[in-house]
Design a protein around this ligand. Structure first.
Ligand code: DAH
Length: 335
């Protein structure tokens, strides 16, 4: 019995001295000193030995337990001072970053636009998404039955209410409730009964602008738009003003920007033309002033409407407008 204890002592000492990790040390402890270890069994069997043997074996067992216990402590210290933490928790591993959410790219684009126009003196105005015929069409010089209405494929809710097809009705609401000078932008969603494709959605984002005062001229409109687009895309960006038609402005213009995705060589975003239409604009039509009770002889003004998702596509190099509403994090995280 004593010989076996010596053998066990030798094996356990060698194992403890060569342990290379705290985890290994723990399994050695279980093997030689744990509840099911041979040493423990000997310890428990002591009571069955005759008194003489019980004394000598008992002493040897105790000595061995103390010896191995001390050695275990030493080995633990050795491993810990060599950088091996005791709990198996490695404090030197890089931390796991919690994922922090970000604003949606369209929201960030709106914030950028609001900051640029804010710097040019424009306040933000908001209007309802469910509009009536008067604000969405009639007051904007688009009478019932007029073919111009075909340009806005409308979702009607009932005979008189509809989902606004553009942000232009906010112009009307602001003019109805204030007197000039007025200088506002109206950000928000608009809705059209359109089959969605890479550049059209049935729900999309616009930003309306309106400036009304005495003696406002077309040159000011042009200046503000050029200033805005240079601020957004850089001073050397290519811009194109084309004559256009809108019932609520006269004269009207459509403004294109050199495609920021392909820089003019032609891609799917600009349908191979190198240009992307970003906005419509013009001098407020006198009929619109009459509809809100302003005297067109006294006041003049300009208005513009921007396609915000188009701008966001340019700024982020996104080639499909539908991605902005799908809210797939795999896409959003890339931006
Ligand atoms: N409301 C027009 C549209 O959705 C865009 C627009 C064009 C707005 C000219 C304007 C403007 O204010 O002057 O197609």
């Amino acid at each position: 019995m004593l010989g076996r204890l010596r053998e066990l002592g030798r094996d356990a000492t060698a194992a403890l001295k060569s342990a290379a990790s705290v985890v290994e040390l723990e399994s050695i402890r279980v093997k030689y000193l744990g509840r099911k270890s041979e040493l423990n069994q000997v310890s428990r069997g002591l009571k069955d030995l005759d008194p003489e043997e019980r004394r000598s074996v008992g002493r040897a067992v105790n000595e061995l337990k103390n010896e191995l216990g001390a050695l275990l402590e030493q080995s633990k210290e050795r491993l810990e001072s060599a950088g091996e933490p005791s709990s198996g928790l490695d404090l030197t591993l890089p931390g796991r970053m919690p994922w922090v959410g970000k604003k949606h790219p369209v929201t960030r684009t709106y914030e950028r636009l609001e900051s640029i126009f804010g710097g040019l003196g424009f306040d933000v105005a908001l209007g309802p998404h469910v509009e009536d015929d008067f604000h969405n069409f009639d007051a904007l010089n688009i009478p019932p039955e007029h073919p111009a209405r075909d340009g806005w494929d409308t979702f009607y809710i009932d005979d008189d209410s509809l989902l606004r097809t553009h942000t232009s009705p906010v112009q009307i609401r602001v003019m109805e409730s204030r007197t000039p000078p007025i200088r506002i932008i109206a950000p928000g969603r608009a809705y059209r009964n359109e089959t969605p494709d890479a550049s059209h959605g049935s729900e999309f984002f616009q930003l309306e602008g309106l400036y009304v005062d005495r003696g406002v001229r077309f040159g000011e409109l042009k200046g503000v738009l050029i200033r805005f687009m240079r601020e957004l895309f850089g001073t050397d960006v290519g811009l194109r003003f084309r004559a256009g038609f809108f019932p609520f402005t006269e004269p009207s213009t459509e403004v294109d920007v050199e495609c920021q995705v392909c820089h003019g060589s032609g891609c799917s975003v600009c349908s191979g033309t190198g240009w992307v239409e970003l906005l419509g604009a013009g001098m407020v039509d006198p009929r619109v002033f009459e509809a809100v009770g302003y005297d067109p002889e006294e006041f003049t003004g300009y208005a513009f409407g921007l396609g915000v998702d188009r701008i966001c596509m340019m700024m982020t190099g996104t080639d499909d407008i539908r991605l902005f509403l799908e809210n797939d994090l795999r896409f959003l995280r890339q931006i």
